[in-house]
Design a protein around this ligand. Structure first.
Ligand SMILES: CC(C)(COP(=O)(O)OP(=O)(O)OC[C@H]1O[C@@H](n2cnc3c(N)ncnc32)[C@H](O)[C@@H]1OP(=O)(O)O)[C@@H](O)C(=O)NCCC(=O)NCCS
Length: 280
């Protein structure tokens, strides 16, 4: 390791270098995708002179934080930089519970840091086929935000106010109502090669499919991505809609009440798709 390496807080000036790292790692993120995460996160970079050679961000969601965008330049892996980035990034955010979605590369590092697997994340993507527009799904209104946040908190145990307000303002959110009020919601935003649908929070799989169908019907022929959980059971249906399984990751947790899947947090609101692997 050279002695020109320095650690610094992640700043907007590091976004260009961070984007290069994620592209070299084969990740689809565009500059806008990095910016969205950076706006609601704080983190650390390691620099070799002026060059960004490692990143690690933390997105605080109330008493839970997501660790994400953890990348070390391929030429510098296996020298302890990932570990040092994680230690510094986690020291900057004081929460009782950490979560992340691990790639194969990251798994050994996170296990050493005390993270335990809680479930499997399945990434589906492709060109969406034709899909009927469900009748009971409508676009959210700004006044729906408090109920959306309540449902999201029930499903995830996290307070994702900042993220969901951003998605409502800059993406699109669709909702489904029943006699008790807001029963579920789904968000869509541009991401990577096309757009991502997520999070999807609903009472059951049928509602989740109708929420997804709302965006599928509007984006027929477009490139879409959905990150679902294995526990949600949507994978065969997503594949039938034209979104093939292309990989995924391992959901992990450190600290918190119990190392069970957040999807099991509440019977009335379940996570059927993630906002992103980075954001849960
Ligand atoms: C994941 C990644 C950031 C790790 O960075 P790194 O600098 O190589 O990690 P470190 O050298 O700090 O290794 C951390 C620990 O994991 C261990 N480790 C790393 N890779 C390992 C492997 N393939 N098998 C077993 N152990 C491994 C190291 O021995 C080290 O343990 P130690 O601290 O007890 O010595 C890097 O591989 C990377 O950028 N991968 C591509 C992007 C990615 O997938 N990021 C993860 C997103 S969740």
């Amino acid at each position: 390791m050279t002695d020109t390496l320095t650690f610094a807080p992640f700043a907007p000036a590091h976004l260009e270098g961070a984007l290069r790292l994620s592209q070299e790692a084969g990740w689809p993120h565009r500059m806008e995708d990095w910016r969205l995460v950076q706006r609601i996160s704080r983190g650390v970079v390691v620099l070799d002179g002026p060059k960004v050679v490692g990143t690690a961000l933390a997105t605080p969601f109330g008493t839970v934080a997501m660790a994400n965008m953890i990348i070390v330049d391929a030429a510098m892996r296996g020298r302890g930089l990932g570990r040092r980035l994680m230690d510094r990034m986690m020291a900057g955010v004081d929460v009782p519970e950490w979560r992340l979605v691990a790639t194969e590369d990251g798994l050994p590092l996170y296990e050493k840091l005390g993270f335990a697997a809680t479930g499997q994340i399945l990434q589906h993507q492709g060109v969406i086929g034709t899909c009927a527009m469900p009748e009971d799904v409508v676009a959210a209104e700004p006044a729906d935000l408090p109920a959306i946040l309540t449902l999201d908190r029930q499903a995830t145990g996290a307070d994702r106010t900042g993220l969901l307000a951003l998605l409502l303002a800059e993406g699109e959110i669709a909702v489904i109502r029943d006699t008790s009020g807001l029963a579920g919601f789904a968000a869509l935003r541009d991401f990577g090669r096309g757009a991502v649908v997520g999070p999807v929070i609903a009472r059951d799989a049928q509602q989740a499919q109708r929420l997804l169908s709302f965006f599928f019907a509007r984006r027929a022929g477009g490139f879409l991505r959905v990150d679902t959980t294995a526990a949600a059971g949507l994978a065969p249906w997503l594949t039938a809609q034209g979104l093939a399984p292309v990989g995924g990751g391992i959901a992990m947790q450190r600290g918190g009440a119990s190392a069970t899947s957040p999807a099991a947090a509440s019977p009335s609101a379940t996570v059927f798709a993630l906002a992103a692997q980075a954001l849960g």
